[in-house]
Design a protein around this ligand. Sequence first.
Ligand code: NAP
Length: 343
Amino acid sequence: MFDTLQVPDEHRYDGRMKYRRCGRSGLLLPEISLGCWHNFGDRTPPEQQRSMIFKAFDLGITHFDLANNYGPPFGAAERNVGRILKQLPRDELAISTKAGYIMWPGPHGEWGSRKHLLASLDQSLRRLGVDYVDIFYSHRLDAETPLEETLGALDSAVRAGKALYVGISSYPSDQTQSAIEICRDNKFQRLLIHQPNYSMLNRWIEKRLLDVCDDAGLGVIAFCPLYQGLLTDKYLNGVPTLSRHVVAPHFLRELDMQPAILDSIQKLNDIARERGQSLAQMSIAWILRDPRITSVLCGASGVDQIVENCHAVNHARFTDEELLQINDVLVPIKMPLSLWAAD
Ligand code: NAP
């Protein structure tokens, strides 16, 4: 299947997408990247996956984010996306993957040991069908494993030519600061990037993490920028059958969909319309308003969503008044505890 090379749009770099430098590195990432956590497993038709990835690339999205256990089943997204990306020019792509969450049974199947990280990376390379990934992440902090061991494993991945850059995901600010110092003191490969959860509905990184990363020259790529679809027009008029909340209610939970929260989403939608944007576009633009952000890591279930979201980069400026209006809606919202670690 899919053995012909895709002919990409020759205008893909004509200015529709913008690129930002990832911290103090040479790597440029698109302002919008495509995340393959959902909708790239074995339950999504291959043609749908293919059209999303090719459209993303035609729109200038060069960065595709994966993890060992994205699916379902675990590993399927790397296999499926790897097969599709094979038809695009490898040197134009930045492919990332991660290890740290449960991937296989037994004592080495998760967390931050050298054993888990390096074994998992080898598996990922095989599934993706590539010689190296551009970014390899420690997916979550492992409080039981010395940080030196986890970061040493990332360093080994780069020295072995299996990753070009390394990053950390969902590490709280203090441990991010420690990780930066450990890499420096041990002459490990420096961290390129942090991948935290960040959106209008989860602003934890504004307290400290953004400054920690900025001071050390790390880029920041925001995951779940649309709060898994809540910050779009998807749930403005009820819950559609084909939606994250229905398909994966353990991730976009009932408690995320309380009436007071949904009421605030309507108000945000009104502000977006006043700006001439959809709510999804405003939510992405709002993240891009901060120059310390490198990229916004969006998920999608269809091509139309990717097209809509990419338009956000053309209108990413806010007036002070608009920001105040948005804050007035956001400040009173009481979100339930995040699924991901934060300060
Ligand atoms: P998201 O962008 O907040 O949500 C994506 C979902 O929102 C889509 O699946 C779709 O939901 C809906 N959507 C997107 N654009 C839309 C539009 N224009 N209109 C209406 N609905 C729209 O992000 P996410 O998928 O939760 O996560 C994004 C990526 O972040 C992941 O793929 C992964 O790469 C990364 N991530 C990393 C971690 C980590 O621990 N590092 C954790 C989570 C995610 P429907 O499917 O309902 O249509």
